[in-house]
Design a protein around this ligand. Sequence first.
Ligand SMILES: Nc1ncnc2c1ncn2[C@@H]1O[C@H](COP(=O)(O)OP(=O)(O)O)[C@@H](O)[C@H]1O
Ligand SMILES: N[C@@H](CCC(=O)OP(=O)(O)O)C(=O)O
Length: 359
Amino acid sequence: MKQPFARVAVKIGSNVLTRRDGTLDVTRMSALTDQIAELHKAGVEIILISSGAVASGRSEVRPAKKLDSVDQRQLFSAVGQAKLINRYYELFREHGIPVGQVLTTKENFGTRRHYLNQKNCMSVMLENGVIPIVNENDTISVSELMFTDNDELSGLIASMMDAGALIILSNIDGIYNGPPADPASTVIREIGQGKDLSSYIQASKSSFGRGGMLTKTNIARKVADEGITVIIANGKRDNILVDIIRNENTVCTRFIPSANPVSSVKKWIAHSEGFAKGELHINDCTTKILFADKAASILPIGITAVEGEFEKDDIVRIVDFEGNPVGVGKANCDSMQAREAMGKHGKKPVVHYDYLYIE
Ligand SMILES: Nc1ncnc2c1ncn2[C@@H]1O[C@H](COP(=O)(O)OP(=O)(O)O)[C@@H](O)[C@H]1O
Ligand SMILES: N[C@@H](CCC(=O)OP(=O)(O)O)C(=O)O
């Protein structure tokens, strides 16, 4: 059977993999592994982003004294990640599929060199039939520099690996149009571009999750805008992964991808906002040009202020004349040169169109 997607990133949330008491739900892991193996054997390349390290480590150690939240995370994830990957290794081995562990941190996405290095690692794994199993390296991540949660990480991975789809598995059937516990609420089956979902989302999270539904929807929209289908579905439902791929009527929320996919380098820039070293403030006319259909670079004549100190090739935020962030780009010169050229005609672009992502 022809598969709709050649490459799929699958994110499994902590609560899918853990029982109520916090122990690892090996039965669920085994069921999901079977489905991934089925898709893999049908020729779909899978990249797995799996949470569950902290949750599975929690039940393994009894700390001698009360630990602060950083110590807890480091201790539990160190123990739990080993347990988690060991389980995956055994489960996939039953299908004759090799798996490899990729532990990463947010900083590894900060420079283009690090980014391409990671991309190369996962590409070579896929070329050799190995399923990458990715998680944040919680043991060495610095709290302030962590991913909001693994939804953010999965968005980066799907984008970096040019996946056709990102499937986010949680403990819920999709995004509800009201409180999920309210019987009158139903799952929103399709979400088009530009739809504001904030009024539907409650602040509640599952007991082992970190980010909640709001981060999921924000990431999903961003990734879909880059041309990737994003699906939020219930990882606790039997056969969910295979059903999603093969049966369009499966209950889940689908974010319709943009019809104009963005280039690989623009995808990196789109997710690099957190690494921005400075800001370019642009005038009204340049803002209008950027939002028009034609490709346009940021020329010095349209810049009204340059904030922060940055080097050539650093990431900068683009801010409109009202102070709203409108995009992210890679600077073509350093901040001193940008200040010198600002407001002048006939100068080289400060951000070239090929390295500019407008939100
Ligand atoms: N409108 C909504 N539709 C679905 N879930 C919602 C909504 N608003 C809040 N949620 C909550 O978001 C939770 C899923 O997010 P999260 O706890 O981060 O899961 P995960 O651990 O899988 O990443 C659901 O269990 C639900 O309680
Ligand atoms: N890296 C953490 C993941 C925490 C997290 O983001 O969880 P979730 O919100 O369930 O995706 C772990 O493995 O425990």
